[in-house]
Design a protein around this ligand. Sequence first.
Ligand code: GLA
Length: 391
Amino acid sequence: MHVHTIATAFADRFGPAPEITVRAPGRINLIGEHTDYNAGYVLPAAIDKAIWLSAGRRTDGQFAFYAADLDEFFLSENSETVFQTTHTWANYLLGVISEARRDGRLIGGLNVAFGGDVPLGAGLSSSAALESGTLFAINELYQLGLPKMEIVRLAQRGENNFVGMKCGIMDMFASVMGRADSVVRLDCRSLDFEYFPFHAPGYSLVLFDSGVKHSLVDSEYNTRRQECEAGVAALRAHHRPTSSSSDEFSSLRDVSPELLFRHRDALDPVVFRRCKFVVEEIARVEAACLALQNSDFVQFGRLMFQCHDGLNREYEVCVPETNFLVEQARANPAVSGSRQMGGGFGGCTINLVKTEALDAFSETTAVAYRQFFGLDLNIYPVRLTNGTEVV
Ligand code: GLA
């Protein structure tokens, strides 16, 4: 879907041409999974799969949204309060409008048409892209003057408070702040971030979409969050700070592997495994950035495999399909690293592969996947792009 297609869809539906069109990309995450809501580090990037969103103001105060790919239309009541709707997708747009209004921002009526090529339910954050795109559009049209990081925060609040998914900040951050040919390390506690050029001559990044989307993903995700919080609470109850340590901790970011193991007996075994994964994963992001700076893609890939093993055995968010895909990768000497990406229970694996072997690897994996599971494998080579922008 291109900018002209969506602008035409807008004009067909609403009459006048759009006042603004925005490109809001999906995201990948190289490493740092389930660390964002534990105040740790993540290493995402925006990609060349995006949602395009055309918008214009309405004078009657209503919100009219057209989802071009689904050919579905939503029209709100004309009221000050924004309510949830059974059009699930419309809640992503309404959520950010509702949150912005709660901050006292004056937002009038809006026409929106959107569509794109971010596959739905594949863990590439189409919802974060839709939220970022909507906020970029209303920021311009209603001259809200929101800085980018405020857009990121509002998008997360929309998802947390209106849609009801207790996600962290990574997805919207990547969709808004991405930079071409770079990954970005975000410190999810301070929100400081640093771009790392992703120059990997001879290597390619490719996503394998397992096509599996577990219906429990949201509830399991929220359970994992609670388990991490339970771990922090138990550690706080048992840990006697010494004058030499920095003492108080409020998240797993503040917990070293050494401290975690010292208090192992104080934790429920499941909670311990969850915490162990997170604490080690936070350290892996730092190690991965070092590997990137040293152009050491063998080490980088090793860390990706370690991440997957932790997601599978300790965090327990993998499924047979993604495990199979990662095992195919592990058995292939042309693959540096591979792991399940995103919240879990299916979605895509991300693979770092020697470019010369990319086609053969993709093909043999697709054949094996079909033989084993009877499923087609969607394959997406990715390029790293700028974040959300007005086009
Ligand atoms: C989902 C969430 C993110 C993050 C990942 C796991 O994508 O939306 O905030 O927690 O899962 O790393």
